[in-house]
Ligand binder design. Structure first.
Ligand code: HEC
Ligand code: HEC
Ligand code: HEC
Ligand code: HEC
Ligand code: HEC
Ligand code: HEC
Ligand code: HEC
Ligand code: HEC
Length: 420
């Protein structure tokens, strides 16, 4: 529903189901996400009616013409004359044109990043070489980007060591990168920590603001962004070891179409984890009066957001510009016990790889930090008893013993206790 009207159905046993707060996890104009593969699956674009179109456009009054260019439509006989399946232009009154997602408008030139090389050593500033092109292969200058940043994080064993102020990663604006052939070179002002070892990662993100439908009443500014990229490099001469892959955006996108966050331009999970690491919280944006800060470690954030319906505690993140984002009312269209909806095979098994970090959990039962397996489980199982159970099974000297009972093949194997 576009105007957010009320939609309530009285069901079996007079149970009242209100559907007014359900949020579709992608752009609603993606009609073909649902309308495909069925015998009459083209009816969505051939058969417009007051009932079908008005179900989303609940601010239109077809009897009076209100919000319908003052054009009353007493019946459905004329709709298809004006609302043809596809017209000549994007954003026209045709059914396909009207529902183009601005983010994927054909008017956008496109932005493709390539990270060509990255070099750096402990205690030194890393240097990165990259290219940016539009979809025709034309070179885009960094200085012409509305936003261009390079993000340093490491080590890949578990991100979280690169510190700058309250952020457990380093982000620098790279619009001043200098030409090197048809590529660009940027050297960070910040340094890799002096004690760093192993593999570090650099990600690139940015966008160009493009005005689509210029000179018309429906002109709007869209971020032409492309997908951020990540490159891995050794800081001590050791073999480069990329970050482990736990979830894939292909899995996320079975629901999200194109996962996007922070205003649309961050899209891939290998990139999210650079910042959403064990030591990252919302401290940069949380008002002092509301401290301590909340964790945004990726497993905590994504587990909590999607298991929202079962949580007993609140989960609120202060975001960009101090925006308050509470994630307690999100409905998951599936069963969170179906771990492989998000996970790559076997990646939710315990134990976890050696050396993964504790999570900063000042707002949870176990403070100030929670051990790695416990943090993953208690992000969903957030009741006090489960934290007591987990802490009881954690040795102050040797760490978590969870795998004794919850490992693959053990009595309470993570894969067998969860029955979706
Ligand atoms: C979340 C799934 C979903 C999305 C997204 C969706 N629809 Fe539908 N739509 C349905 C269902 C379900 C029906 C009823 C199908 C039936 O009666 O067999 C329907 C029916 C229709 C019909 C009536 C077809 C007929 O012949 O009765 C039209 C027209 C229509 N949709 C247009 C659209 C348009 C335009 C969009 C995109 C802006 C859209 N729909 C997006 C699920 C969806
Ligand atoms: C599944 C929900 C859904 C259905 C069904 C749907 N629309 Fe839309 N429509 C949208 C959304 C979302 C927009 C984007 C603009 C907005 O947010 O108002 C939009 C935009 C439009 C626009 C551009 C004007 C505007 O308000 O921005 C027209 C015209 C339009 N729709 C016509 C139709 C017609 C005709 C049908 C029936 C065939 C239809 N829509 C069915 C969701 C829907
Ligand atoms: C004479 C042409 C004409 C006819 C007939 C017509 N429409 Fe429209 N309709 C328009 C125009 C023009 C717009 C505005 C397009 C825009 O904003 O891009 C519009 C807009 C809409 C919108 C989007 C409203 C919004 O939220 O801005 C919907 C939904 C819609 N029409 C449905 C219908 C349905 C259903 C019928 C038949 C009952 C119908 N129209 C008949 C011309 C027509
Ligand atoms: C089974 C469907 C499904 C899968 C799979 C899924 N999500 Fe979601 N997700 C949702 C729904 C539904 C919402 C709530 C939509 C809303 O409130 O905007 C949501 C909300 C979110 C949000 C909250 C912010 C927002 O957009 O409102 C983030 C972030 C998110 N998902 C990331 C992910 C990531 C990352 C993955 C994969 C690791 C994933 N999701 C997998 C359905 C899913
Ligand atoms: C450059 C660092 C960075 C990257 C990359 C990043 N985030 Fe964030 N994100 C943060 C920080 C820091 C916060 C905590 C709030 C704040 O301080 O802005 C946050 C908060 C959030 C929030 C909660 C607040 C809000 O605004 O909704 C969501 C949801 C989120 N991120 C999702 C994602 C997803 C999904 C990705 C990858 C597609 C991603 N982020 C990539 C740094 C990042
Ligand atoms: C909605 C998506 C989603 C679902 C469903 C989900 N997870 Fe996760 N899980 C994540 C994300 C995202 C991460 C962090 C990924 C990363 O760090 O690369 C994660 C991380 C983990 C980790 C830590 C893995 C590591 O190597 O650090 C464990 C353990 C885990 N999940 C267990 C589970 C279990 C058990 C289930 C099912 C009962 C489950 N998850 C369901 C998204 C999900
Ligand atoms: C994405 C959310 C999610 C994650 C992550 C998750 N679980 Fe669960 N788990 C559930 C849900 C939902 C249930 C069924 C309802 C319940 O018991 O809370 C469940 C049930 C269980 C059960 C069965 C107990 C019972 O009362 O039915 C066990 C044991 C369990 N989980 C252990 C774990 C362990 C160990 C981990 C960490 C490795 C974990 N879970 C991670 C969501 C999750
Ligand atoms: C000695 C065996 C044992 C060890 C060690 C153990 N657990 Fe459990 N755990 C259990 C049993 C038994 C249950 C209850 C299973 C059931 O109800 O199906 C359980 C249940 C759970 C649940 C689900 C709680 C609920 O909502 O019902 C979680 C989460 C969990 N354990 C996490 C952990 C974590 C994290 C560790 C390590 C720090 C750990 N466990 C160590 C035996 C163990």
């Amino acid at each position: 529903m576009i105007a957010g009207g009320n939609y309530e159905v009285v069901g079996h046993g007079n149970a009242v189901s209100n559907f007014s707060t359900v949020v579709f996890p992608q752009y609603v104009g993606n009609c073909t996400v649902c309308h495909q593969g069925a015998p009459q699956s083209a009816a969505w674009e051939n058969n417009p009616s007051r009932r079908a179109c008005g179900s989303c456009h609940d601010n239109v009054n077809f009897a009076t013409g209100l919000n319908h260019v003052n054009l009353p439509e007493p019946d459905d006989t004329e709709c298809a004359q004006c609302h043809v399946p596809k017209g000549e232009n994007e954003f026209d009154a045709s059914i396909t044109g009207a529902h183009v997602n601005p983010m994927f408008s054909a008017q956008l030139p496109g932005t493709t990043y390539k990270l060509i090389s990255a070099t750096g050593a402990a205690g030194k500033s890393p240097t990165v070489v990259f290219s940016i092109t539009d979809s025709k292969g034309n070179i885009i200058k960094p200085s012409s980007m509305s936003s261009l940043s390079l993000v340093l994080s490491g080590p890949t064993l578990d991100y979280g060591a690169a510190q700058s102020g309250t952020s457990a990663y380093i982000s620098e604006t790279a619009t001043a990168a200098v030409a090197s052939g048809s590529n660009w070179t940027y050297t960070f002002t910040n340094k890799i920590p002096a004690t760093a070892t192993g593999t570090y990662a650099i990600g690139i993100e940015g966008y160009v603001n493009i005005t689509i439908n210029p000179g018309t009443v429906i002109s709007q500014v869209v971020r032409d962004s492309g997908s951020p990229q990540v490159i891995y490099f050794s800081v001590d001469g050791s073999t480069v070891v990329p970050r482990r892959t736990v979830v894939t955006e292909a899995n996320c996108n079975t629901c999200h179409y194109v996962l996007n966050a922070h205003g649309g331009f961050r899209r891939n999970v290998a990139y999210c984890v650079l910042c959403h690491n064990p030591n990252q919280t919302d401290a940069p944006t949380r008002p002092a009066a509301d401290l301590p800060a909340e964790t945004v470690h990726f497993k905590e954030l994504i587990h909590k957001v999607h298991n929202s319906a079962n949580l007993v505690s609140t989960y609120t993140i202060y975001g960009f510009g101090g925006s308050v984002n509470n994630f307690n009312a999100i409905l998951f269209p599936g069963n969170t016990q179906d771990c492989i909806k998000c996970h790559a095979a076997g990646t939710m098994d315990v134990p976890l790889p050696n050396g993964v970090l504790n999570t900063q959990t000042a707002r949870e039962w176990i403070t100030p930090t929670t051990q790695p397996i416990t943090a993953a489980c208690t992000a969903c199982h957030d009741d006090l008893a489960t934290s007591q159970h987990a802490l009881t099974n954690t040795s102050p000297v040797l760490g978590e013993s969870c795998s004794v009972c919850h490992a693959t093949g053990a009595a309470y194997d993570v894969n067998t206790v969860h029955i979706p």
